[in-house]
Ligand binder design. Structure first.
Ligand SMILES: O=C(O)[C@H]1O[C@H](OP(=O)(O)OP(=O)(O)OC[C@H]2O[C@@H](n3ccc(=O)[nH]c3=O)[C@H](O)[C@@H]2O)[C@H](O)[C@@H](O)[C@H]1O
Length: 438
């Protein structure tokens, strides 16, 4: 086919209907008009097809997105008779006056410990987790296996999936929700801000939407964070102190969660308790946290960055041991009053609480490293660095008198004792054929 012929053919395709040429003969006119219309339709289909192909191949709708902020758009398999049977059996209450609890983030650090403690005392527990890859998912799988052995089933899915949440509430009339699913980590918020909005705000709202319409409505206990105190300098931090100066997007999303909780309590009568956790550590912990990767890097002989504030100011944390946190979580569930609404309508005022769960004993990060050195019997290569402007605050210290009064919360594990337990777990978990922590 000659180039000229091709050109003329392409030239005949009108760019817009308004560009049709008028012909003298009405017959010719109709004929050409019809033929042009056919061409127009043909090219419209081609154009539409291209748009559809582009849309379906674009990353935003890919079922396995590579952008971690979109990872929860992954598709999960759930449903079916066998699945429902597992859900029901896991959530079945086995003690008198026990609860039936949906634990979100059950394959996470705190989620695993809380689920296991609830199950041990006879409550029904159903886990939910999206197993994202923020940190090594094999650790989450190992926690899942641990829970599986004690009879806790973890449904794989995302808190943003309304259909899944509604289904779970259809199958089980949960009395309580322990909401621990979140995008954690203070510094990562600068790398992937979208993931914080997605999990900590959109996901939380989605969960509350489903809870508000559930009948009966569950009571909800959820994880806020010590980071909401942000630039607050009044110590120790008390629940009444200002929390309107977050230093990281993570903190801002947790603070937003507290305001969102207020709204759902006010409008729909949901019973809501937020727990401000203070740097929780212990066995089965999170590899993105300093005590965890310091341990790994000290053992590998790698240098560890230790932050210090301006003028060699001490950076310290109110490190809180996981078993103390679990006791606080269970006490919050035990003292949670029922939600008052039903069918999405408030029937009367409902409970709304926020508690600090800390250790009331801040420890400088350099002391944490010294304890690890003693426990690991390895000298750390310390790289003292200026506290980067990436969301970290210099100091945290919890006033726990409110939690003490209302929940009977009383932490009993000091950092030395807690780290000893962590190190024992770490060495046994990452030995015996298991690879070193990444
Ligand atoms: O209480 C919370 O609400 C938060 O606690 C935790 O945040 P943080 O208290 O920042 O813990 P973590 O990262 O272990 O850093 C510990 C210390 O090591 C210092 N730090 C850290 C990294 C480093 O390279 N060097 C260093 O000195 C660092 O400056 C800090 O002083 C949770 O991760 C978070 O999800 C949230 O739950």
């Amino acid at each position: 086919m000659s180039q000229m012929k091709q050109m003329s053919h392409l030239d005949n395709i009108p760019s817009t209907p308004g560009k049709f040429k008028m012909e003298k003969s009405p017959y010719i006119h109709r004929f050409r008009w019809h033929s042009s219309l056919a061409k127009l339709s043909f090219w419209s289909f081609v154009f539409l097809g291209l748009i559809l192909i582009f849309f379906f191949r674009s990353p935003s709708s890919s079922p396995m997105p590579s952008d971690p902020s979109r990872r929860s758009l992954r598709t999960y398999n759930w449903g079916g008779a066998a699945w429902e049977k597992r859900v029901r059996s896991s959530a079945r209450v086995r003690s008198r006056n026990g609860f039936s609890v949906l634990v979100t983030g059950a394959a996470g650090f705190v989620g695993t410990h809380v689920s296991s403690a609830l199950k041990r005392r006879g409550d029904g527990v159903l886990g939910l987790d999206n197993f994202n890859d923020y940190y090594d998912p094999s650790l989450k799988r190992a926690r899942q296996a641990l829970l599986e052995r004690s009879g806790v089933f973890i449904v794989e899915g995302d808190i943003n999936d309304s259909a899944l949440l509604k289904k779970l509430f259809e199958v089980v009339a949960f009395t309580h929700v322990m909401h621990l699913a979140a995008q954690a980590g203070v510094r990562y918020a600068m790398e992937n801000p979208g993931s914080y909005v997605h999990s900590n705000i959109a996901g939380f709202v989605n969960l509350l939407e489903v809870c508000k319409t559930a009948n009966p409505q569950p009571a909800i206990v959820w994880a806020s964070s010590s980071s909401v105190y942000g630039l607050n300098t009044k110590v120790p931090f008390s629940e009444r102190d200002r929390t309107d100066q977050p230093a990281s997007l993570y903190a801002a999303t947790k603070k937003a969660g507290e305001e969102i909780a207020h709204t759902y309590n006010h409008i729909y009568g949901l019973s809501l308790t937020g727990l401000r956790f203070f740097t929780v550590y212990g066995p089965w912990g999170r590899p993105d946290m300093a005590y965890f990767f310091f341990t790994r890097d000290i053992l590998k002989g790698k240098s560890i960055p230790i932050f210090e504030a301006a003028n060699h100011g001490t950076v310290a944390r109110d490190f809180t041991y996981i078993d103390d946190i679990v006791k606080g979580c269970l006490a919050a569930l035990d003292t949670a009053e029922k939600s008052t609404g039903s069918g999405g309508k408030k029937k009367g005022p409902a409970q709304l609480r926020v508690f600090n769960l800390g250790n009331t004993s801040p420890v400088p990060v350099s002391d944490l490293v010294s304890i690890l050195e003693r426990l690991l019997k390895v000298k750390a290569k310390r790289n003292i660095m200026k506290l980067p402007r990436n969301g970290d605050v210099q100091f945290t210290h919890a006033n726990i008198s409110y939690a003490q009064r209302e929940l009977g919360y009383k932490p009993t594990t000091d950092l030395q004792t807690g780290l000893k337990k962590f190190v024992r777990w770490y060495l046994s978990y990452y030995s015996g054929g298991k690879k070193a922590a990444e």
